[in-house]
Design a protein around this ligand. Structure first.
Ligand SMILES: N[C@@H](CCC(=O)N[C@@H](CS)C(=O)NCC(=O)O)C(=O)O
Length: 316
């Protein structure tokens, strides 16, 4: 991580744990909002007005948090409005790095942490993806995917697909409630299992993961095709990114191996249904997912990448 603007030690995945061995994710550190007229949003400062071509997302296709912003960008029809730079999926000793295929257009940086210090020369914290960057002002807007999903949905309506929204009227509270349990039990639940420091923390996390999957299987069966019936919402994006990585990475590497998503018939159809929506397949790259997760040396010292599973997105 960076300490007062200096990269301090070789990158490692642990973001801190409590006395019980639980995994703790570092809270996001830069929380400005793009708004239609540049007024400040719920947090941060003003002067980030929505404009096509002005903003850029830095992502890794390993990362579910980054990929949910990419999914929102595609689903809302903003692929020509928000630019994207894709990082190497394998974390190096200095964290996320750029590839020669998609070099950094802002400053020719080698590492993402250089953008954190370009934005704040005394920055202390982890250099995480996604990063939303303002090319016009040459500063970071936000590094919290939950905020970025909201601002893509709200501030960019003039450039979005007609009537496209991730938070349909009347569903906001229900979406927020579902998102809270999705986050704790599933999106972050798999990380709590994978990075648990003791048996109890691991078992609690795995119990959460599979209780939630059992519940969602029934929910989709009873009231599909999406989490809120016929309407695709932000919650579907949040669920999809973790489902998409589950059999390829979390089942093996994170020891979430009671069942695979392939063992849940309704969730399997749900996964394929969303994958087939326009533009979504471009946000999923199984090679990056496997290379990135199995490249985590602290969990997989020899770096061997499993050959399976079969492609979860197409029926055999
Ligand atoms: N709150 C953040 C979490 C992002 C996050 O944890 N990203 C991970 C990748 S999956 C990361 O960049 N980790 C690098 C590090 O911790 O050094 C969000 O949702 O945007």
């Amino acid at each position: 991580m960076l300490i007062k603007g200096v990269w301090s030690e070789p990158w490692h995945p642990y973001q801190g744990d409590n006395q019980d061995g639980d995994f703790r994710r570092q809270p996001a550190t830069v929380r400005n909002w793009i708004t239609p007229d540049g007024q400040a949003g719920p947090t941060g400062v003003n002067e980030f007005a929505a404009e096509p071509g002005r903003y850029r997302l830095y992502v890794s296709l390993l990362c579910p948090w980054a990929c949910r912003t990419l999914m929102a960008r595609q689903w809302l029809g903003l692929s020509k409005v928000i630019k994207v730079t894709i990082l190497d999926p394998v974390m190096g000793l200095q964290g996320w790095r750029f590839t020669s295929v998609d070099p950094d257009p802002v400053m020719g940086a080698h590492y993402l942490h250089q953008l954190y210090t370009r934005n704040d020369p005394r920055f202390t914290g982890r250099s995480t993806v996604p990063v939303l960057w303002d090319d016009a002002r040459d500063i970071m807007v936000n590094n919290e995917s939950a905020d970025i999903l909201r601002m893509l949905d709200s501030a960019f309506a003039p450039w979005s697909r007609p009537d496209a929204t991730l938070r349909p009227e009347g569903l906001s509270t229900a979406i927020d409630d579902l998102n809270a349990s999705l986050y704790n039990k599933f999106n972050n639940g798999v990380y709590r299992a994978g990075f648990a420091r003791n048996q109890t923390a691991y078992e609690e996390a795995v119990a959460d993961v599979f209780a939630l999957l059992d519940n969602l299987e029934q929910r989709i069966l009873d009231n599909g095709p999406y989490l809120f019936g016929a309407t695709f919402t932000e919650s579907d994006i949040r669920l999809f990114v973790t489902l998409a990585r589950f059999d390829a990475a979390y089942h093996g590497l994170f020891k979430c191996n009671r069942r695979r998503i392939a063992d849940y018939p309704a969730l399997t159809v749900y996964l394929r249904r969303i994958y087939a929506l326009p533009g979504i397949a471009e946000t999923v790259n199984l090679d990056h997912i496997k290379a990135g997760y199995y490249g985590l040396k602290s969990l997989n010292p020899n770096g061997i990448i499993p050959t399976g599973p079969d492609d979860p997105f197409v029926a055999a």
